[in-house]
Design a binder for this molecule. Structure first.
Ligand SMILES: [Zn+2]
Length: 60
């Protein structure tokens, strides 16, 4: 399923709660993708599974 693999880069404005792909508007699940010593924080739409990258990185 293509939507599960692709990660779309997004800019967070005042609020990011609506999935641009399916219109679901109750917010996102979160996952952490290892990227060297850091993790990318990835938002996942609970309805359609589309993944979004707001550019957040976290070092644990
Ligand atoms: Zn969606």
């Amino acid at each position: 399923m293509k939507a599960q693999q692709d990660i779309t880069r997004v800019e967070i404005g005042d609020e990011f709660r609506t999935c641009p792909h399916c219109g679901y508007d109750l917010g996102f699940h979160v996952s952490f993708l290892r990227e060297g010593k850091r993790h990318r924080i990835v938002l996942i739409c609970p309805n359609c599974g589309s993944r979004y990258d707001p550019g957040w990185r976290q070092e644990f």
